[in-house]
Design a protein around this ligand. Sequence first.
Ligand code: A3P
Length: 298
Amino acid sequence: GSTSLYLYQGFWCPSEATLKAIISFQRHFQAQETDLILASSPKSGTTWLKALAFMIVNRARCALNESPLLTTSPQELVPTIEFDLYMRSQCPNLEDLPCPRILSTHIPFASLPGSIKDSKCRIVYVCRNPFDQFVSYWHFLLHLPHENVEPLSLDESFELFCKGVHAFGPFWDHVSGFWKASLERPDKVLFFKYEDMKADIIFHIKRLAEFLGLPFSEEEGKKGVIEEISRLCSFETLKDLEVNKYGKQVYGTPNSAFFRKGKVGDWANHLTPAMAECLKKLIEGKFGASGLTFEMSC
Ligand code: A3P
C-alpha cells in the first residue's frame, strides 16, 4: 500500500487538497469573538461534540423534538473548516452563517490562524485514547474514496501511527498542544476526553454549557432538558436517524461512516497484545510528564 500524507508545519495533512484548504483557512479566516471552535484529532468524538454544542447553543430556538439535529447531520450543522468550507473555495462567505458560528477543525493548536488564538472566541477540544482513535480512523479510511490507492493494512498503519505519521498527527503533539493551551488559558480552551464523556455525559453537558456562558437554569434542570439533550445526541439516537443512515457528505463520504461502534475499548478486538504494549510504552513516554492519562477500557 501507499500513503499520501503531506508534512506541513510539523503535522501530517491527509491529502494535497486538504493542505491547500488549510493554507487558505490560515490566510483568510477571520475569527469573530462569538465563534465556537470545536477542535479534535479525527475520530476522537468530533461528531458527538458537534451535536452537543449545537443543541446547547440552540436549545432555546426550537423545541427539542423539532431540532434540526433530527433531520440534518452533525457534519452539516457544524462544518469542519478545512474540509467543508475551504475545500471548495479559497474564500468562502462565512459572514452569513448564523451567530454564534459553530465550526470545527482538526488543525493542531500551533497552526490555528492568529485570529482564532488571539480573539475572544472559544475552543473546545476533545481527545480520545490513542488505541481507539487509531482503530476508529483505520476503519473510517476504508469508507473514503480511494483513487487507485490501496488502503493500508492495519499493521502498516499502526507502524506509521507509532512513528507519528497519521492524519493531523503526530497524535501526541496534537493532544499536547491543546492540553497545554487549556492549562494556560482555561477560559479560552476547554479540554474533554471521549472516555470521560462516556462515563458521565450529564456532567460534561453542564460543563460545556457553563464554559459557553449558557448554563442551564433551574427550570431547565427540572424539565429534564439536559437529559433530553444527552439522549438526542447519543450514539444510539444519531446512528439510527434517517439522515445519518442514508445521507452523504458533499465530498462523498456516507454519513454512516461517522457512526461505527461508539465504544471505549474496541481497540482490543483489533490490536495484538504486543502492539498494545508497544503503543502503551510509547504513549507513557510521550505524556509521562504532562499529567495527561488515558482510559483504555470502560
Ligand atoms: P468508533 O469508530 O470507535 O465507533 P469523529 O466524530 O471524531 O469522526 O469520531 C468518530 C467516532 O466517534 C466513531 O468511533 C463513532 O462511532 C463515534 N461516535 C459518533 N457519534 C457518537 C456519539 N454520539 N456518541 C459516542 N460516540 C460517537
